[in-house]
Ligand binder design. Sequence first.
Ligand SMILES: C[S@@+](CC[C@H](N)C(=O)[O-])C[C@H]1O[C@@H](n2cnc3c(N)ncnc32)[C@H](O)[C@@H]1O
Length: 188
Amino acid sequence: MSFILEYIKHPRKIGAVAPSNRCLSRKMMQPLDFSLADVIVEYGPGTGSFTSELIAGRKPDTELILIEQNEHFCRQLEAKYGSMKNVHIVHGNAENVGTYLKQYGFDHADYIISGLPFTTLPRGVSDSILTATNKALGENGRFITFQYSLVKRRFFQRYFSITDYLREVRNLPPAYVLVMKNRSEIYV
Ligand SMILES: C[S@@+](CC[C@H](N)C(=O)[O-])C[C@H]1O[C@@H](n2cnc3c(N)ncnc32)[C@H](O)[C@@H]1O
């Protein structure tokens, strides 16, 4: 219910009328090798559909940084996960991922998992988030996001190489999971 109310208030930033379901949340985890993940960042966790899977799968010492712009969702995340070890909830903007990583003492993230609605975010905001993501991922990191269609594929390819597409038809609407890494000419 809280999700739909926040959607009515901020449709372009929330971008969906309901949280992602369990099937899509699990599909988002499929590309991760949790044994190699020391630092995971999540953009736009909302009410925590992906967060719960990340917490269930991570090593106990993996640091998890959740960046959520919506104050109401941040309060819910604090109540659910705020007392957990190595979980950091940031009420902020994914554009500033580099600053938050530094604040917690890290140079880069091994994985960045995104629930952001790139199709409805203003183009300038998406550009700035993807540029910051290039820097935050470093050489070997992976950026994993879902999309309801592949219309933004070429846009993502301006920043990343797409290494895999997964499809989840049991979500409403069905979704694609895109797995990306920095293009070699971007990372120097
Ligand atoms: C489609 S919802 C996804 C929520 C959740 N990950 C899921 O799949 O159910 C998008 C989320 O991104 C958040 N968001 C939008 N723009 C953001 C930004 N620039 N930085 C951080 N969070 C943002 C919204 O507040 C919302 O919680």
